[in-house]
Design a protein around this ligand. Structure first.
Ligand SMILES: [Zn+2]
Length: 113
């Protein structure tokens, strides 16, 4: 892969990472519970539950992005971990943090189901 391509993927990964980290920042006023108003309280619980689920997903994604940036620095980026073939550019552009080509990803997903 060309160094300029690698640089582009690295920038895309860092941008995505920054985007997730921005979302991690709690909005102003969150964590405030208005005592005595059960309506408000249940809404806040609902929001924090969704927030927790998002954070878990983002945590996984952040690790995958960090791994991908590491692979760029080690010059192993864009190589499928399962079959050792190059991952097509179209797939890298869609999912720059992927470590598997489409065929291997589908094989892996099928096994997990
Ligand atoms: Zn593969």
């Amino acid at each position: 892969m060309l160094a300029s391509d690698l640089q582009r993927y690295k920038e895309a990964l860092q941008e995505k990472k920054a985007e997730i980290l921005r979302q991690e920042t709690p909005p102003l006023g969150s964590g405030h519970f208005s005592a005595g108003d059960f309506g408000d309280q249940s809404n806040e619980n609902h929001d924090s539950y969704i927030g927790l689920r998002l954070r878990q997903t983002d945590g996984k994604l952040l690790r995958a992005i960090d791994d991908a940036i590491l692979r760029i620095e080690r010059h192993t980026y864009g190589i499928c971990e399962m079959c050792g073939e190059e991952i097509p550019e179209a797939r890298l552009r869609a999912v720059p943090w992927t470590r598997l080509c489409v065929a291997c990803k589908e094989a892996k997903d099928a096994k997990q189901d």
